[in-house]
Design a protein around this ligand. Structure first.
Ligand SMILES: NCc1[nH]cc(CCC(=O)O)c1CC(=O)O
Length: 304
């Protein structure tokens, strides 16, 4: 007998709840009669909102409590932003579905300035992401880069309060929250690269629950899985988590994958870039190849 109910563990931020509701709606659509409920909870990553993630050992910070809920049988699956999911999952967990990816670009958000180039000399820009800081520093060495954490609405409120002239967020998060009008400029590939897996929603579940996995697999988008697979393999080969300044963007053309990677140094604004193409059925190999090309150019010193 397949399960008649699925309980989704989710964080309580507006974005996390939107994503969990989205998955719930998709599950109800593909499995008529299935009951789907949300189980909202707080994670350590939500509690520690005053320090950059890089300084508190960011790996899996947003996942732990959700995984415990699944192990204790209080939830059947968890919904995550894939970019917050570490390259290596905890043993016993899998990602049975990745949903079709939204706009993976970053967003330049400002009330007074239309583009990054139009910012006045020395302007204050808020982002705690080393990946975003290094790309900002490379484009505009004069800017004052300041830490900015918290959920999307908190960050926008700090911008509106005048703490910064501009901030950088993910386009996907703003769009999901109905805040697309806040995007002044898309910071997009090939010049500007997103986090590995950005804009993809992943479903996590226990590897030992085959009936649950079968229901969830109906939501998997194979094109998203291979492209983010290459990005995440590159990140993994670089020892990656959200604490290192690594960016990646993979596109699927005709019948091949093209992966661009970047490692940056937030202090100097030095960026190391590499790119390569490979067969669609070998995303991990492509990810490792681009990681090797980055390391050959000296990226290892920038990874700490
Ligand atoms: N770091 C938090 C986070 N995790 C995922 C997104 C955006 C949505 C996505 O990438 O799927 C955001 C907000 C942001 O970076 O602006």
């Amino acid at each position: 007998m397949p399960p008649s109910i699925l309980r989704i563990a989710t964080r309580k931020s507006a974005l996390a709840l939107w994503q969990a509701e989205h998955v719930a709606a998709r599950l109800r659509a593909v499995h008529p009669g299935l009951h789907v409920e949300l189980v909202p909870m707080t994670t350590r990553g939500d509690e520690i909102a005053d320090r950059p993630l890089a300084t508190i050992g960011g790996k899996g910070l947003f996942l732990k409590e959700l995984e415990v809920a699944m192990l204790e049988g209080r939830a059947d699956l968890a919904v995550h932003s894939l970019k917050d999911v570490p390259a290596e999952l905890e043993p016993g967990f899998v990602l049975p579905a990745m949903l079709p990816r939204a706009d993976a670009a970053d967003a330049f958000v400002s009330n007074d300035h239309a583009t990054l180039d139009a910012l006045p000399e020395g302007a204050r820009v808020g982002t705690s992401s080393l990946r975003r800081q290094s790309q900002l520093r490379a484009a505009r060495p004069d800017l004052e880069l300041l830490d900015l954490r918290g959920n999307v609405n908190t960050r926008l409120a700090k911008l509106d309060a005048g703490d910064y002239e501009a901030i950088v967020l993910a386009c996907a998060g703003l769009e999901r929250l109905g805040l697309a009008e806040r995007i002044r400029q898309r910071l997009a590939a090939p010049e500007w690269l997103p986090a590995p897996g950005q804009a993809a929603i992943a479903i996590e579940a226990r590897a030992d629950q085959p009936a649950v996995l079968a229901l969830l697999a109906a939501l998997d988008d194979p094109d998203t899985r291979v492209t983010v697979g290459a990005e995440r393999a590159m990140n993994h080969a670089l020892g990656g988590s959200c604490t290192v300044p690594v960016a990646a963007w993979c596109v699927l053309t005709e019948r091949s994958l093209h992966l661009r990677g970047l490692v940056g140094d937030a202090a100097s604004g030095r960026l190391v870039r590499a790119e390569a193409s490979g067969p669609v059925d070998q995303p991990e190999m492509l990810g490792r190849a681009v990681a090797d090309a980055l390391l050959v150019q000296g990226a290892s010193q920038m990874l700490g």
